[in-house]
Design a protein. Structure first.
Length: 202
């Protein structure tokens, strides 16, 4: 039993290392063909984020309950995530849910990507969702400042992301130190503060 447990932990760690290498490579590759690769890279980012964020046990009804990834609005890369729909993230099966109706996600999402046209609802968006433990991801300026956890940004030469660590922690999420180290900026944002910090490990 002891060796089997360590074997499982070792395999999980190896998978994370492989995904981490892919995430680093993604940032580098994006410099080569940014105009055509952005949407594919966003899809790859989302899948990698799922592997480097931990949800508390209370976020799931059972140990093997689904991990729900919700895409809210018209999202160009949505179909690109079909390839990972149903794959395992730890002991949880990743389940993709696409919708344009807020009521369809009120029952709960573990991950949530908000589309461009829905960004005007951001000031009130998160107050309408009555559940915790959501890893919200966007790709528009100001997303992290308006309650989002991770914001994907296109810089001059590559695709990067910012993390609002304060919101992640408030949502009960534990962000891997590996993911934090790859972020362009780790923010600590609350309604009263807008300062940034490069610290904050799991």
């Amino acid at each position: 039993m002891f060796f089997s447990q360590w074997g499982a932990l070792f395999r999980a760690r190896c998978v994370r290392i492989i995904l981490l290498v892919l995430l680093i490579s993604t940032c580098l590759i994006s410099t080569l063909n940014a105009s055509t690769e952005d949407e594919r890279l966003k899809a790859l980012f989302l899948y990698n984020f799922a592997n480097f964020v931990d949800w508390p046990e209370s976020a799931f009804q059972e140990n093997d309950s689904d991990l729900r990834l919700c895409l809210f609005g018209d999202i160009a890369f949505g179909s690109m995530l079909d390839a990972v729909d149903g794959t395992l993230i730890g002991s949880h099966r990743l389940v993709l849910r696409r919708t344009k109706k807020l009521k369809d996600i009120e029952t709960g999402c573990h991950m949530l990507f908000v589309s461009h046209e829905q960004r005007i609802r951001l000031p009130h968006f998160f107050t309408q969702i009555q559940y915790m433990y959501v890893l919200s991801v966007g790709d528009r300026k100001g997303f992290a400042e308006k309650g989002g956890v991770i914001n994907i940004v296109r810089t001059e030469d590559q695709m990067q992301f910012d993390i609002n660590l304060s919101t992640a922690m408030a949502n009960g999420l534990s962000v891997s130190s590996d993911l934090l180290s790859l972020a362009r900026e780790v923010k600590r944002l609350t309604p009263q503060h807008s300062d940034s910090s490069s610290q904050g490990l799991r």
